[in-house]
Ligand binder design. Structure first.
Ligand SMILES: N[C@@H](CCC(=O)N[C@@H](CS)C(=O)NCC(=O)O)C(=O)O
Length: 244
């Protein structure tokens, strides 16, 4: 289970890059502390990283960089907006993804990294150097809502099964979320998760987007199944609900 490491200085970055074998895919996430979509992207990336096992030599290496503090590095990679993802192997930039689309980020990483026990998408990702999903600077509330809903539309598809919960699977912060995590574990379901306590915009926005007022929320293939009660009901009607 890979984790994301924060690069804190230029020497730290140089040491990290030069210590990697040529075959390792280096996943670099540029962020800024003031940009809420970066907090969301951090969660998306740590969920993704956790799906990649730690191997020797490492098949993937995951780092994040404060784009403003380490401007020498962000300038090297032409980071003009955050979040901004750069995929590097053997010193070569393979692909960049500008913006907060969880789907584009997942596709790009899956296209370049082999996950043990998972199919590798061949050429599924395309270069995405457009400006979609960037941080809105305007205060137009309609535009902000449109952007939020676009992010949420991507986020609910960040994994085939997505759990929006309070806390994390290892540390649920609410009994309902804890119960749903236990159900998923009992049914050996692989899932991505999002801690809605870490992002109030997502917490409030998803209620409206989903037309569902509470958490946990379970989404399968980008469609809302429901909360804990609905999942329990589905399983009591069909014990193989998650196997279909
Ligand atoms: N019966 C609900 C229980 C979930 C629930 O009531 N959640 C509350 C308390 S944890 C909630 O999310 N409230 C809205 C919020 O906290 O934003 C289910 O089946 O999921």
């Amino acid at each position: 289970m890979s984790t994301i490491r924060e690069i804190t200085s230029l020497p730290n970055w140089e040491h990290h890059v030069t210590s990697l074998p040529p075959s390792t895919l280096l996943v670099v996430s540029f962020h800024a502390p003031w940009a809420a979509p970066c907090a969301q992207m951090a969660t998306v990336l740590s969920t993704l990283a956790s799906e990649y096992p730690v191997t020797e030599p490492p098949s993937t290496s995951w780092v994040s960089i404060n784009a403003e503090d380490l401007s020498d590095i962000s300038e090297t990679y032409n980071v003009t907006a955050v979040p901004f993802l750069v995929l590097i192997r053997n010193g070569q930039v393979l692909e960049t993804v500008s913006g907060s689309s969880a789907v584009k980020v997942r596709n790009a990483i899956e296209a370049h990294a082999a996950k043990v026990g998972a199919p590798v998408l061949n050429g599924a990702a395309t270069a995405t150097d457009g400006h979609e999903g960037e941080v809105a600077t305007e205060e137009d509330p309609e535009k902000k809502k449109e952007e939020l809903f676009k992010r949420l539309g991507d986020l609910v598809k960040a994994a085939p099964v997505m759990l929006f919960m309070k806390g994390t699977p290892s540390e649920p912060k609410c009994g309902f979320s804890r119960q749903l995590v236990a159900i998923l574990r009992e049914n050996a379901v692989k899932y991505g998760f999002f801690n809605i306590l870490a992002d109030d915009e997502v917490r409030q926005g998803l209620k409206e987007f989903a037309d569902w007022p509470t958490y946990p929320q379970l989404w399968v293939d980008g469609k809302l199944v429901g909360g804990l009660d609905i999942v329990k009901e589905e399983l009591s009607n069909d014990a193989d609900f998650f196997k279909a």
